[in-house]
Design a protein around this ligand. Structure first.
Ligand code: ATP
Length: 344
């Protein structure tokens, strides 16, 4: 198990990573997300042993690294996958994957599994971005790393390729049975691919949890907003009610609620776009459409409630409503929504 305890990194007098704690299971994939400059790459570099750390420890198997006792990358048996693939241009695919390997049977295994058999004698320049990233992954896994660090492995690829390759990479990591930390900018990728997701804000891990928990019970408003479209709706909530029927009362309906941070009384309800319905064909109205974004399968609307709260609503693409139209918005969810203390 990879254990990280109180890991902190300073650049000069600036703390960039602050007291990171995490433990990674044997074949667990942790997706690390956060805004640009929040310290994601720095964490990977520290875990790889590429930069000195200021505080804390990292432990795996027989080694433990700390500020006073640095373990270099070659002693950690770490595998790294970068966004720019980092292949040797003068070597073939086969030679890249077998580089410094005594036993090449695992290289054959990964080359076949990642669909690269027909490209063994080709040099990287002749490969597409997706093929290059498969070669980089095959090379990493052929060396039987104890853990794998992936720094935005899909960011140089187009959208369609990203979608298929993310599953291939996940499958390969699971087949190899190694723990992995995967940095991404893409919240959807983090939620769909990760066993757990870590959300960083200014060097601090704000939440480390299952994708479902990060999305539905975010530890903070920052996490709520970062993991997807989030609206906050004024509501009232009686936390003393029996557990089974804790109801949040809003001007557009009642829903079950999960109180966070001691929310009680006047609160803000976290509403996601798919928790709502929108109808412009009924006589009763309670909002005005501000703007609409066509998304193909769906349309995302921003509506302004008559009371002044703005909500985002996602509905079928068939439901086309023009901006400035009066409409009726309603809560339609039956699962509990997160309830935050009123933002004052
Ligand atoms: N070598 C360095 N010297 C000084 N400051 C640095 C150095 N490398 C990174 N930083 C700073 O540390 C902070 C974290 O950088 P880091 O690259 O880890 O962020 P990130 O979350 O990976 O960002 P991005 O998503 O843009 O890649 C930033 O403010 C960055 O400017």
């Amino acid at each position: 198990m990879l254990s990280v305890s109180n890991l902190s990194v300073n650049y000069g007098s600036t703390r960039v990573v602050d007291k990171l704690n995490l433990e990674l299971g044997q074949d667990e994939i942790l997706m690390l997300v956060g805004p640009t400059g929040c310290g994601k790459t720095t964490i990977l570099q520290a875990l790889a042993g590429l930069i000195p750390i200021s505080e804390g420890t990292m432990r795996l198997g027989k080694w433990e690294s700390s500020a006073n006792k640095h373990i270099p990358p070659e002693k950690r048996n770490v595998g790294m996958v970068f966004q720019d693939f980092a292949l040797f241009p003068h070597l073939t695919v086969q030679q890249n994957v077998c580089f410094r390997l005594k036993d090449t049977s695992l290289a054959d295994h990964w080359l076949t599994l990642l669909g690269l058999d027909n490209f063994r004698d080709v040099k990287p320049a002749r490969l597409s971005g997706g093929q290059k990233q498969r070669v980089a992954l095959a090379r990493t896994l052929a060396h039987e790393p104890a853990y794998v660090l992936l720094d935005e492995p899909l960011s140089n690829l187009d959208a369609a390729l990203k979608d298929s390759l993310r599953w291939e990479i996940r499958d390969a990591l699971k087949k190899a049975g190694v723990p992995a930390i995967w940095v991404t900018h893409d919240q959807e990728e983090a939620l769909s691919v990760g066993d757990r997701v870590g959300i960083l804000n200014k060097g601090v891990l704000e939440q480390l949890d299952t994708p479902e928990a990060c999305y539905s019970s975010p530890a903070s408003r920052f996490v709520a907003r970062f993991m997807g479209e989030a609206s906050f709706l004024s509501a009232t909530f009686d936390a003393s009610e029996a557990d089974t029927d804790k109801t949040v009362v809003t001007e557009i309906g009642k829903v079950p609620g999960t109180p966070l941070q001691g929310a009680n009384g006047n609160v803000d309800l976290l509403v996601r776009p798919d928790d709502l319905s929108l109808d412009a064909t009924v006589s009763e109205t309670n909002c005005t459409v501000e703007w609409v974004r066509y998304e193909g399968e769906s349309r995302l609307y921003a509506v302004m409630l008559d009371s002044g709260d703005e909500l985002k609503v996602r509905v079928s693409h068939e439901n086309a409503i023009k901006p400035s139209t009066r409409a009726f918005v309603q809560l339609i969810t039956t699962h509990p929504l997160a309830v935050f203390p009123k933002n004052v």
